[in-house]
Design a protein around this ligand. Structure first.
Ligand code: PHE
Length: 501
């Protein structure tokens, strides 16, 4: 009990210290009240004598003996002998100031017959009342002279309240079935609802940062009038992933150490045969103004099944489909038909412009490190129209990346087997303060487009960027393995800020 009370007072004190005023405090859960007197209590200390030094010097022990004006004065030594060194030193000055003593020759004489020791009166007042009616200035003077010390104190009075108890009764927080059936609820005390309390955070689904960025990019494409390509085919043939794109069959990217090949099944169904023949021909012998690679064509290489190494494989399939009408085929649900109902016109070569995009997964046989994974996402945009130029591609990319928040772009000539010219895309990274490569682009080669059946004035430009890198930059992630894979923290995913482009 004593301990409790002590704790109670301590709690109250704590509470009081944080309160600016002196309200009576209600002590939580105890129904007792404690009131506080905000008192500026002056504690007397260092008061071994109630006579000030000047008074001791001027009267008492020596005033009587201090000669009057006209008589032989007290020398400084006499004075010290009479009242002691300290009193002689301090008291002398103040006695002078009060006009009680005066100097005569080298000595001292008294000039009044009666003195009022105000210092002593003040000290007495402080002793009895704890303060001085004269106010702070007079107190400060005493403090300065080290005659008093002042301390702040706070007093609390603790009373037993109506619900005072020596045991702690825990109020009920829930009304249970048991309480209702037994009727015990009638005698129970219930805790009041705290409507200001924070609720338990609800757990709900959260989009992974990569998916959030994917949504942002997707909405940029959609607002620019692009149509999403179907990219469900993770497994592709060598034909669609490489041959259709005029990637030579001996290209290093097609080697085992770069590409994952399937062992079961290991070969694809045959691609459309006429198109297949045209592609094989342009590789082996050239055509459409090209001399080709002039190396023997391998059916086996073309039929191999693999995990696609880029989404350009899907773009190739979509472009082949887009050219269907140009080839004189009439495919139901074909993109060119969907976007513009066909007009019977003999000069119509069947071509319809298209803007296509995809965002999906690709696979590469990479050595995994902080910035590389064997599977990642590619964002790809493809535009097909008559007489497009490289300037159209650059202009389009500037518009697109500005919408992603990247205003400063640079393009560097590069090499891609399926595009000519090709450009690497660099963006200025304001935090890293350097140019970072963000993607690759180019004008698709005639060796790729002509076998599909596009008219010669149709140009297709395309570009691809990774999805992980912009996501890592946006979320300040420097190791990709904290973003993707078993080390991803669900909590971080749930708490990561919304993406703002
Ligand atoms: N496929 C390319 C890559 O993997 C990107 C790209 C797409 C380049 C289209 C040019 C045109 O990096």
């Amino acid at each position: 009990m004593a301990e409790q009370l002590q704790q109670l007072i301590l709690d109250t004190l704590d509470a009081q210290l944080t309160l600016p005023d002196t309200r009576a405090l209600k002590i939580p859960g105890q129904s007792s009240t404690a009131s506080s007197h905000d008192a500026q209590i002056t504690i007397l200390g260092a008061l071994n004598s109630l006579f000030s030094r000047e008074a001791r010097l001027a009267r008492g022990s020596c005033l009587g003996r201090l000669p009057e004006r006209g008589s032989a004065p007290f020398s400084a030594q006499d004075l010290r002998r009479a009242v002691g060194d300290e009193t002689a030193k301090v008291g002398q000055g103040r006695a002078f100031k009060s006009g009680w003593i005066a100097k005569e020759g080298n000595g001292f004489v008294k000039v009044v017959s009666n003195i009022t020791d105000t210092t002593q009166i003040e000290l007495r007042e402080v002793e009895s009342s704890g303060t001085l009616a004269a106010g702070e200035k007079a107190l400060a003077e005493l403090r300065k002279r080290k005659l008093i010390i002042q301390r702040k104190g706070q007093w609390f009075t603790v009373h037993k309240g109506v619900n005072f108890s020596t045991s702690i009764a825990k109020p009920e927080t829930d009304l249970t079935v048991d309480m209702l059936t037994s009727g015990s609820w009638k005698k129970s005390t219930f805790k009041k609802y705290n409507f200001d309390a924070d609720g338990i955070p609800t757990s709900g689904g959260a989009l992974h940062p990569i998916l959030k960025v994917r949504e942002e990019i997707r909405s940029i494409f959609l607002e620019m009038g692009f149509e999403e390509m179907s990219t469900g085919t993770f497994v592709e043939s060598g034909f669609w992933c490489f041959d259709a794109l005029f990637v030579p069959q001996l290209h290093p990217a097609r080697e085992l150490q770069d590409t994952f090949y399937l062992s079961d099944p290991s070969t694809s169904l045959p691609p459309p045969s006429d198109y297949y023949k045209r592609v094989a021909r342009v590789h082996e012998h050239g055509g459409y103004g090209s001399i080709g690679y002039r190396t023997p064509w391998s059916h086996e290489e073309s039929h191999k099944l693999l995990l696609r190494t880029h989404t350009t494989a899907s773009s190739a399939a979509m472009l082949y489909k887009l050219a269907a009408k140009c080839r004189g085929e009439d495919i139901d649900g074909d993109l060119s038909q969907k976007s513009q109902p066909g007009v019977a016109n003999p000069s119509d070569d069947g071509f319809r412009p298209a803007k296509l995009f995809s965002i999906d997964r690709v696979f590469r046989n990479e050595t995994m490190d902080a910035t590389h994974l064997a599977e990642f996402h590619q964002v790809e945009g493809v535009v097909a129209d008559r007489n497009l130029t490289l300037a159209d591609l650059i202009g389009f990319m500037r518009t697109f990346f500005r919408k992603m928040g990247m205003k400063n772009l640079r393009f560097k000539p590069a090499y891609n087997p399926y595009t000519e010219p090709s450009l690497e895309i660099f963006a200025w990274h304001p935090l890293l303060e350097k140019w970072v490569e963000i993607g690759n682009s180019g004008m698709f080669r005639p060796e790729m487009l002509a076998p599909m059946g596009f008219p010669p004035d149709v140009r297709v430009h395309g570009w691809g960027i990774g999805l992980e890198r912009p996501t890592m930059i946006r979320y300040g992630v420097n190791n990709i393995r904290t973003l993707v894979g078993h080390k991803t923290s669900i909590e971080n995913v749930e708490n990561s800020p919304a993406v703002m482009f």
